[in-house]
Design a protein around this ligand. Structure first.
Ligand code: Y12
Ligand code: CO
Length: 174
């Protein structure tokens, strides 16, 4: 399956993703195609809506202490539901759909999620640290929310200016 990253300000990123009901070859093709595009673009997390598929699917591959992302650490998360959340943390986030922009975002420190894997089997994860932040970032995508939607209005205005300039520079450097 040929996939391309959808970038802000594409309205597609505002869409709410639908629950997966069939754990079939279409889902497996999508998951198998999302992994290489995430790795090739230096990503650690990717939601299906970021490749124009509005379904509740996300993948995560948090780098290990050596900065590597071995395939065995890949998490494929379908139909996630956040059950518990506690504490507070701040992390400088980035997103493959909002290239070249990073900002401190407040999130819950610890979360518990229920989700299904590619075969429809149900799992629970208690997450903290970067995994917790990454899951919250990706679950937001499934609800049509981007990390830039969490900026204060003055920071958001500054972002819009900087981002427009980045898109223009990128266009003329091609
Ligand atoms: C903590 C915070 C946010 C997440 C969500 C997942 N985010 C990413 O995977 C971001 C990746 C990213 C990669 C970039 O590099 C390239 O595109 C080559 C990048 O750089 C540029 O856009 C120039 C920006 C973001 C998980 C955990
Ligand atoms: Co993102």
């Amino acid at each position: 399956m040929k996939l391309k990253i959808v970038e802000y300000p594409d309205k597609k990123l505002k869409e709410k993703s639908k629950k997966i009901r069939n754990f079939d070859h279409n889902l497996h093709d999508l998951l198998d195609s999302m992994y290489p595009i995430m790795i090739d673009t230096n990503g650690i997390g990717l939601a299906a809506i970021q490749v124009a598929h509005p379904v509740q699917v996300l993948i995560l591959n948090i780098p290990n202490e050596e900065g590597e992302q071995p395939l065995e650490n890949l998490l494929e998360i379908i139909n996630p539901v956040i059950k518990n959340k506690s504490g507070e943390t701040t992390y400088q986030e980035g997103c493959l759909s909002v290239p070249s922009f990073y900002e401190d975002i407040n999130r819950f420190e610890k979360i518990t999620i229920d989700y299904q894997d590619r075969d429809g089997k149900t799992h629970t994860i208690d997450a903290d640290g970067l995994l917790s932040i990454a899951i919250q970032h990706e679950v937001d995508h499934l609800n049509g929310i981007l990390f830039i939607d969490k900026l204060t209005s003055s920071r958001r205005r500054k972002f819009e200016k900087e981002y427009k300039r980045m898109l223009k520079d990128r266009k003329y450097s091609k």
